[in-house]
Structure formats: structure tokens, C-alpha cells
Design a protein around this ligand. Structure first.
Ligand code: HSE
Length: 409
């Protein structure tokens, strides 16, 4: 029986999880692929470090050693940073290898180039593990929603942020303690700034946008914020309304333009993202035929990510290239846009600032805590007048004991 030879670049949480899964699921792989899968080589930074890798596997610190091996069919990349990773994957494709990546920063920057190069060299690209951990959202969008035109996506795309927000609310942990727990569980990036400042979710959102809408928005226009401004105090205020903080990436078409944001949002009980807790991720997709679907599952961690990579291994070995890339922009369609659409916001700040703007206040909980209806432009104007105001959009239903018993937004 012929053998599929795989090289793994990087042996951190993702690389090791994938290696172990190849061992634990070798029978299933052979049954599906009709060939045995063997790890031929692993690229590491430090050869001296103790690792649980079979003696038959070639371990090297030089990528060129991997390219020079007599047979490598698939290169699985599980390193961080976009460079030199992009160059490694380019060379792997040029050598005729299928590639699989879990590197969202790299793929958000260079995904299009790699997909085009792969087409030229008649190989496949797997990138399921770049977005939402173990949730098969990439395969769903590229294989199962071909005729549907996606109109809007809301996603909880960073497991670390969701885990921290959940721990702070449920266990009353400080931000620092919750972050430490996320790192100990192997959820956080090597540099957790990427998680808690929203960069990780931003890259994932850009990859989803390319796939669902055929393009990504101008990166500089995306309102990207992390969760570092969310305090226990704010979490308690939100709870008074039955709301939970979630870090949400949102992408929708407005006319010919894509509008995207990646930021903390207050979510009401009836919304599908309200119950997505801990390290779970979820992607809520609104498309014209099916309506609304929500995919939910573990967003980070060794085995959820290994699941995405191993399924990609099957995908690339079956060389399913027909629809492996991003859709064309024409295939997507815009939602009917109400210009200057009003949203509901929770605002914490001083009354006199609100009086300077004709804002539709619908509730006041206590001095300095407001629920208002306003466009994002009006809220931006308010925050210009008073930079100490903190404003969060609300999605879903929320409760109020004050002027209105229950409001649907
Ligand atoms: N650090 C990432 C997260 C890992 O927490 O979601 C999965 O991409």
C-alpha cells in the first residue's frame, strides 16, 4: 500500500495535537484515504527539547531539509507569525505539496496568493483550523453553501476572549486570573495580546469575509476592539438587563460596501450567541435561501484544532480543488440597508453629554447608565464630545425593570 507522507511545521499545541491524532486515528485515515498516513518530518526551533515523537520521524530546524526529502505529500503548518511561514508554504506548493495551515494571521494576509499558486501547481489548500477551532465553518461555507448568498455573519471567533468573559462573570475572577487560566488550558496565542485586543478574531473575520463575500473590507475601516476595557463593574451592569458581554465579529454588506466590526457587544437571552460560553466559538450565518444557521463548538485547544487539521488532511489528499478558494464578489449579495440604521446601545457616562446631542434615551437605570437608540455615527459623535463615555451595542432581547418591561431590539 502506498503511503501519504506528511511534514509538520511546528510542534506546539496544534502540531502536537495533529501528530497524536494521526496516531490515534490511523485506521480511520487509512479507511477513508485508502492509503496509510505517515509523519515523515517535523520542523522545530530547538532540536534538544524533549518531545514525544517516534524515532522514525526526521526532526530538523531547517525548512530546506524538509523540501529536500524524497517524498513529502502534505505540509501541515502550525507555526505563529506570517513570516517566514508564508515563504515556507509557497515553496511547499511549488514543490507540489498540498498545504494545510492553522495560521490565521498569515492566511488573512496571504491566503489569496497561496490559493492562486496552489491552483497553478494543481495542489489543495486546507485552512479549516484558521477559523473557529474545531467548528467546520470553512468546509460548510465552501462546500455546503454554494448557492446560498450570504448576507450577514456574526461570530464569536476567539475562544480565549469568550473564556475570559465567562470566567469573569461566572466565577468573579479578575481579568488577569481568567487570562492565566486560558493560557494554562492552551487556548491563548503565544502572545495573548492578539486574543484580548481582538487581532486574532479580526484575522479570522477577514478569512470568513473572503470566503462568504468574495472580498474583505478595507482593514483600516474595521472597528476592532478587544475585551480589555470590560470590567467586573460593567459585567454587573449588563446583568441587570439580562445581558452578557460577548466579543463579536460582525460582517455585512451595505450597498456595495462591506461593513465589519470586531468588538465587545451586549447580547440578550434570545440571541443564538448568548449561550455560547467558555472556550466555545459560534458562527451565526444569515443567507438568502436557508435563513439563519448557527454552528457552535470548541474554538481553541489541542484536539478541537487537531480535528480541523485532520479533516483538512482528508480534504487535501482527495485533492478537492474545485471550490477550495474564496468565492467571487459577484456571488454575494447585500442586505437591504436602512440608511442610518438605529441600534440600541448601553452607554455609561455623564448626563450632560447626552443632553448635548438629540439622542433617543429609552431607559436610565441609575445616574450615568443609559439605554439609547442611536446610529453608530451619533454614538461616535457622543464619544468625541466625551471620551470617557463607554458605549456597547446590544443585540437580541433584553430586560428592563424601568420604563419598559421588555424591549425587543
Ligand atoms: N488563541 C485562539 C483562540 C486559538 O483563543 O481562539 C484558536 O485560534
Amino acid at each position: 500500500m502506498s503511503v501519504i507522507k506528511v511534514a509538520i511545521l511546528g510542534f506546539g499545541t496544534v502540531g502536537e495535537g495533529f501528530y497524536r491524532t494521526i496516531q490515534s486515528h490511523s485506521e480511520e485515515l487509512t479507511a477513508v484515504l485508502g492509503r496509510k498516513v505517515e509523519v515523515a518530518a517535523v520542523l522545530v526551533k530547538n532540536k534538544q527539547k524533549e518531545r514525544n515523537i517516534s524515532k522514525d520521524v526526521f526532526i530538523t530546524t531547517e525548512f530546506t531539509d524538509i523540501l529536500n526529502l524524497p517524498q513529502v505529500d502534505v505540509v501541515v503548518e502550525a507555526i505563529v507569525d506570517k513570516d517566514p511561514t508564508y515563504s515556507f508554504l509557497k515553496q511547499a506548493i511549488q514543490r507540489g505539496c498540498h498545504i494545510i495551515t492553522a495560521n490565521k494571521e498569515m492566511f488573512a494576509h496571504y491566503g489569496q496568493e497561496l490559493l492562486e499558486l496552489a491552483k497553478v501547481h494543481n495542489v489543495s489548500v486546507g485552512y479549516e483550523a484558521t477559523v473557529a477551532g474545531g467548528i467546520p465553518v470553512i468546509q460548510t461555507l465552501r462546500q455546503l453553501l454554494n448557492v446560498n448568498r450570504v448576507q450577514q455573519i456574526h461570530g464569536i471567533l476567539n475562544g480565549t476572549s469568550n473564556f475570559i468573559l465567562t470566567e469573569m462573570r461566572e466565577k468573579k475572577l479578575s481579568f488577569a486570573d481568567a487570562l492565566r487560566a486560558a493560557q494554562e488550558n492552551g487556548y491563548a496565542e503565544a502572545d495573548p495580546t492578539n486574543d484580548v485586543e481582538g487581532f486574532d478574531a479580526f484575522y479570522k473575520a477577514m478569512i470568513l469575509s473572503r470566503l462568504a463575500f468574495g472580498e474583505d473590507p478595507n482593514w483600516h475601516d474595521v472597528d476592532r476592539k478587544g475585551i480589555t476595557s470590560i470590567t467586573s463593574d460593567l459585567i454587573d451592569i449588563a446583568l441587570q438587563f439580562g445581558l452578557r458581554f460577548k466579543h463579536i465579529a460582525s460582517i455585512k454588506k451595505k450597498g456595495n460596501q462591506l461593513i465589519a466590526s470586531v468588538k465587545p457587544v451586549l447580547v440578550g437571552k434570545e440571541h443564538p450567541l448568548y449561550h455560547v460560553e467558555g472556550v466555545q466559538n459560534a458562527v451565526n450565518i444569515y443567507s438568502d435561501i436557508v435563513g439563519q444557521i448557527t454552528l457552535q463548538g470548541p474554538g481553541a485547544g489541542m484536539y478541537p484544532t487537531a480535528s480541523a487539521v485532520i479533516e483538512d488532511l482528508v480534504y487535501v489528499c482527495q485533492n478537492r480543488r474545485a471550490n477550495q478558494g474564496f468565492t467571487s464578489a459577484i456571488e454575494s449579495c447585500s442586505i437591504v440597508e436602512k440608511s442610518q440604521e438605529e441600534e440600541t446601545w448601553l452607554i455609561k457616562g455623564l448626563l450632560n453629554t447626552l443632553n448635548e446631542q438629540p439622542i433617543n434615551v429609552i431607559d436610565q437605570v441609575e445616574e450615568g447608565i443609559w439605554i439609547v437608540k442611536a446610529t453608530s455615527e451619533e454614538v461616535a459623535q457622543l464619544t468625541k464630545l466625551n471620551q470617557e463615555l463607554v458605549c456597547f451595542p446590544i443585540i437580541g432581547e433584553f430586560e428592563s425593570e424601568h420604563d419598559l418591561a421588555k424591549l425587543v431590539v
